[in-house]
Design a protein around this ligand. Structure first.
Ligand SMILES: NC(=O)c1ccc[n+]([C@@H]2O[C@H](COP(=O)([O-])OP(=O)(O)OC[C@H]3O[C@@H](n4cnc5c(N)ncnc54)[C@H](OP(=O)(O)O)[C@@H]3O)[C@@H](O)[C@H]2O)c1
Length: 262
């Protein structure tokens, strides 16, 4: 397929571009500071010129371009995918794991922005794929994701303090790239949650990154006990779960104890 990608120079976009090529697709970047994202005519002309079979919209962009991309794909019967975020949820009113049928309860700027662009996508293209992504595990701390967060903690406090009762939504970045391609190749349009975490705590994950992934620059404090479930329920798409990587549970998650009792 010919696939136009926005956000192609970003943390996930860079990996997606490589993965598309590996999977024999032609990836065409639509770069925000080379093309005027606010000019509908310019964007439409770009799409008419390249005639993509699919558009994958990852850029941290605004309503105008989002509406233009979604609408063009709908009118031309091409696939359109928008990457949203687990951040549409705050976990205050709705308890995780968040289902696709749950109404997002996030009220901060990022949550409202992502909720708005999901709506713009579906309003302009009822056949949209909207993928709510998890926090990303990249190979190094240079891009936005869990390693960047840990690096900032290390720079500030020289150690990292995380909870054994907090369950974040997490995906390895390569798996995210492959899952986004799988969606447009094999799945029906709709709203999807992409999360590989099958009940590993934040503490388990950081410990795994240090012990198994060689991030020995991280100094881990004893676990904290703050409870939060930020996981996305990913029933609709088949993903390799984190347990398949051989990550160890430091402490049995509460959910397993509840299941045994039932
Ligand atoms: N990284 C994560 O942990 C994570 C977690 C959940 C969801 N997500 C979502 O996944 C998508 C990609 O995330 P990412 O981490 O790869 O983002 P990123 O590294 O911040 O890159 C985003 C891209 O957006 C484009 N961009 C930046 N400013 C812009 C502007 N003013 N107008 C238009 N485009 C602009 C740039 O693309 P070009 O320079 O190529 O034009 C940039 O590379 C986003 O929708 C994000 O919300 C990411």
């Amino acid at each position: 397929m010919n696939i136009v990608v926005t956000g192609s120079r970003g943390t996930i976009g860079k990996v997606l571009m490589k993965t598309l090529k590996k999977r024999k697709h032609t990836a065409i970047p639509l770069i925000h500071d080379e093309v005027d994202f606010n000019d509908q005519k310019v964007i439409t002309a770009f799409l008419e010129k390249h005639q993509p079979d699919a558009i994958m919209h990852l850029a941290k962009a605004e309503e105008a371009i989002t509406a233009t991309l979604a609408k063009w794909a709908y009118e031309n019967r091409k696939s359109y995918l928008y990457t949203s975020s687990y951040k549409v949820f705050s976990g205050k009113k709705v308890e995780g794991p968040f289902k696709v049928t749950d109404t997002p309860d996030g009220t901060d700027e990022l949550a409202l922005y992502k909720q708005r662009l999901e709506k713009v996508s579906f309003e302009n293209n009822p056949n949209s794929y909207v993928a709510r992504l998890s926090w990303q595990i990249a190979d190094d701390p240079s891009g936005y994701g869990i390693l960047m967060f840990l690096k900032a903690q290390m720079d500030k406090a020289k150690k990292v303090s995380v909870s054994e009762n907090m369950y974040p939504s997490l995906m390895f970045i390569d798996e995210t790239a492959n899952a986004l391609i799988d969606l447009v190749e094999k799945y029906q349009p709709g709203l999807y949650h992409l999360n590989q975490n099958d009940w590993y705590s934040f503490y388990d994950i950081v410990d795994y990154l240090i012990q198994e992934k060689g991030h020995d620059w991280i100094v881990l404090d004893p676990p904290r006990t703050i409870r939060k479930i930020e996981m996305l329920d990913n029933q609709k798409i088949k993903l390799k779960s984190l347990s398949e990587y051989g990550i160890k549970y430091h402490k049995e998650p509460e959910i397993f104890k509840t299941k045994k009792k039932a």
